[in-house]
Design a protein around this ligand. Sequence first.
Ligand code: SAM
Length: 297
Amino acid sequence: MAEPYLGNPKYTIEVLQKYHFVFQKRFGQNFLIDTHVLGKIMAAAGITKEDFVLEIGPGIGTMTQYLAEYAREVVAVEIDQTLIPILKDTLKEWDNVTIIHDDILKVDIRKLAEEKNKGKPIKVVANLPYYITTPIIMGLFENNVPIESITIMVQKEVADRMQVGPGTKDYGALSLAVQYYAKPVIVANVPPNCFMPRPNVGSAVIRLDRHKEKPVDPKDEKLMFRIIRASFNQRRKTLVNGLKNARDLNYSRDQIEKAMNICNLPLNIRGENLTLKQFSDLSDVFCEISSKNTLAR
Ligand code: SAM
């Protein structure tokens, strides 16, 4: 097998020129041109010859070459038709890679894991297109795809939001959603000059290890997330007002205050100060209200 060579900018430029490739901003195309960063991603992802890896958005195949070296098998899903012939060329020396031309949000990844990994948890590795970072991650978690870990390059600010806890300015619905499903660890910060073209923002590699057992067990997961979203919709308002003003929740101020009392939450608390466990407990109380209507309006 050949050595991965595309991390070197010289070869990336050669490939781009050979195919007269035009970058598409709408697909979030910023290709990696730094072997050091690629090494760090491989180390963080902990890929071995046992692993089946799904790569999202292979671009011209830079990281794919590395993944093909380290993994048993790789499937890479790329939306941009013009990259498909390029990928066939740059990956021709690796026989353990399959390229799928599709939108990752439309791919049945569960079926893929079934076919390629006998339904066992897979590893996902990607330098994500930043315009759809959240839908991709939440799609992987919420659709019950068997996932072991997700190691991804994202906007630095988004990585921070995923990792922080209560009481910080970056803490929000994304932090809680990610931490409900996985343990996040930022493994590297990556400056704009490691990409071609350079993005306007800093980036970070974050690894999300899926929990074997979720840290909380709400009676109604969807209700818990509706409450979480409502709490952060109006960041500067108290939790009571956030919940009262939420369009998709239908509780009176009296019900909200009673529920908060049951959970020992002060009435002037803001959503950004609640832990995942507190949101879970609160949603369980609301669940009771909805089902039994035990608290008078
Ligand atoms: N992995 C390459 C690298 O590191 O050099 C390219 C990363 S670039 C940030 C993101 C890639 O995702 C692009 O190749 C882009 O065309 C692709 N992409 C964008 N939206 C996609 C989607 N919905 N499904 C699959 N691929 C997508």
